[in-house]
Design a protein around this ligand. Structure first.
Ligand code: UFG
Length: 327
């Protein structure tokens, strides 16, 4: 069976990608430092522990498995943290990715799928973002991902490293079969924090800013189900293996939800009150990030059919109540 090297395969999105790859007949090889990932979530193929900056280790893993492609998820991904410690983001996300991309090119890999982010767009006046929207990130996280997109463009030209770049909007939900789910320590994302506040495992949720220029004053995001998101990655991999060339795709649904709307939907799905308080803005947050995903739907044949808010909260809630990782 063909191997796909999945960096960050022990993380939230990477582990779901491994499950989708296995289901599609590939063998996912997880490469993960376990700094933020969980060994318990590596269930669908071999595990190789290592850091992206450890080039010798990467070379060894490429030589052992001879992967047909790389899916690169491993990254630090907290907008707030990236504003306080930008060096972490440039070292880990940019230097780490460069090390991986060089190792992939040196080993002769031609297909590379990269998780980028809508945070590369920054604040925009035109509210629905498409792939040709100008990228002007306002936080170090978005800037670090944007830099890796540039590296890939250059390596594509120099070494024929074909790449699909996915710019994610806000990923949510969990594997409906309950094998894997979202588990960050510390947790910073809205939906899991809210679920923890609902069941009392953390104090009230704080809404970061109620004075944004949106109908209810809170930030608006476009949420996509993690299973739909990783399905797009498998389609992107096939796109590359079919020789269709480098391409960028947004992955979102085109529907925006404010923080207050997500709170209300969570109350409705769980049938429990959401304890929350209102607080100041968080540095680096954009007012509104909403995508059109027309390109992914038309060109890849992507159908994000699990990405409705109720389903995402329900799947996240089921995982929250029943799933956990010990290590
Ligand atoms: N929020 C709160 N309180 C919280 C946590 C979040 O009000 O305790 C708000 C945020 O201010 C934001 C929204 O909920 O308006 C969503 O915040 P998240 O932290 O869940 O997600 P972000 O939009 O900041 O970032 C996430 C990923 C990034 C990705 C980005 C794309 O962490 O990796 O989505 O929008 F790039």
């Amino acid at each position: 069976m063909e191997h796909v090297l999945v960096t960050g395969g022990a993380g939230y999105i990477g582990s779901h990608a491994c499950k989708a790859l296995k289901k599609d007949g590939f063998t996912p090889v997880t490469y993960d430092s376990l700094v933020t990932g969980w060994k318990d979530s590596v269930k669908f193929g071999p595990f190789e522990q290592g850091d992206l900056l450890d080039r010798a280790r990467l070379d060894e893993v490429f030589a052992t498995y001879k992967p047909v492609a790389v899916m690169h998820f491993a990254a630090l991904s907290q907008v707030g943290e990236s504003m306080k410690e930008p060096g972490l983001y440039w070292r880990n996300n940019v230097m780490g990715s460069l090390s991986l991309i060089e190792a992939a090119a040196a080993s002769g890999v031609k297909n590379f799928v990269f998780s980028s982010t809508c945070a590369t767009y920054g604040e925009q006046d035109n509210v629905v973002l498409d792939e040709s929207s100008v990228q002007k990130p306002i936080n170090s996280y978005g800037a670090s991902k944007r830099a890796v997109e540039d590296i890939l463009a250059n390596f594509g030209e120099a070494y024929g490293l074909q790449h699909v770049i996915f710019r994610y909007f806000n990923v949510a939900g969990a594997d409906p079969e309950g094998e894997i789910g979202e588990h960050h320590r510390p947790e910073t994302h809205l939906i899991p924090i809210m679920l923890e506040a609902i069941d009392g495992t953390r104090p009230a949720l704080t809404i970061f800013g109620t004075d944004y220029e949106t109908p209810d004053g809170t930030c608006i995001r476009d949420y996509v189900h993690v299973c739909d998101l990783v399905d797009a990655h498998v389609l992107g991999l096939k796109w590359l293996m079919d020789g269709k060339g480098s391409r960028v795709f947004n992955l979102g649904t085109g529907d925006g939800f404010s923080v207050r709307e997500v709170i209300e939907q969570s109350r409705a799905v769980t049938n429990k009150a959401v304890p929350y308080e209102e607080g100041p803005r968080r540095a680096g947050d954009c007012t509104k990030l909403v995508s059109g995903s027309t390109r992914a739907e038309v060109e890849l044949g992507w159908t994000p059919d699990r990405s409705n808010m109720n389903q995402m909260i329900e799947d996240a809630w089921n995982w929250h109540r029943t799933g956990h990782y010990d290590g």
